[in-house]
Design a protein around this ligand. Structure first.
Ligand code: AMP
Length: 111
């Protein structure tokens, strides 16, 4: 089981801020902004590359919906959602996750 599967299953601790049938969200251990939350599907998808059918698309959509709800509940008017796909894009954990980042001015393009 991968590390994010273990967090979703409650087998290792995390600072969980949101959980439902499809999705778990928790604070990033190494935050890159005042708000930095990871939103993951409870089921293992490696990355966006695994969104290949209706079931995986539903779960990915639930991740986006959860991110929006978390942002709204936190009163965030601006925020960024990032997902890295593959090592060269910066992916280090191979379980699909959305980075929800907020609380500072963001630059563009990302490095
Ligand atoms: P990425 O590099 O896009 O794959 O993002 C992985 C993120 O997971 C990084 O921002 C890490 O800081 C974060 N991370 C890794 N392990 C944990 C953990 N056990 N709890 C919380 N965040 C983690």
């Amino acid at each position: 089981m991968c590390i994010f599967c273990k967090i979703a299953a409650g087998e290792i601790p995390a600072n969980i801020v949101y959980k439902n049938e499809h999705v778990t969200a928790f604070k990033d251990l190494n935050p890159q902004a005042p708000t930095h939350i990871l939103v993951i599907p409870n089921q293992h998808l490696e990355s966006v590359n695994d969104i290949v059918d209706d079931a995986s698309a539903l779960v990915a959509g639930e991740c986006l919906r959860a991110a929006r709800e978390i942002a709204q509940q936190a009163g965030l008017s601006s925020y960024r959602i990032v997902t890295n796909i593959g090592a060269d894009a910066g992916q280090s954990v191979f379980h699909l996750h959305l980075h929800l980042l907020a609380g500072r001015k963001m630059s563009w393009p990302p490095g």
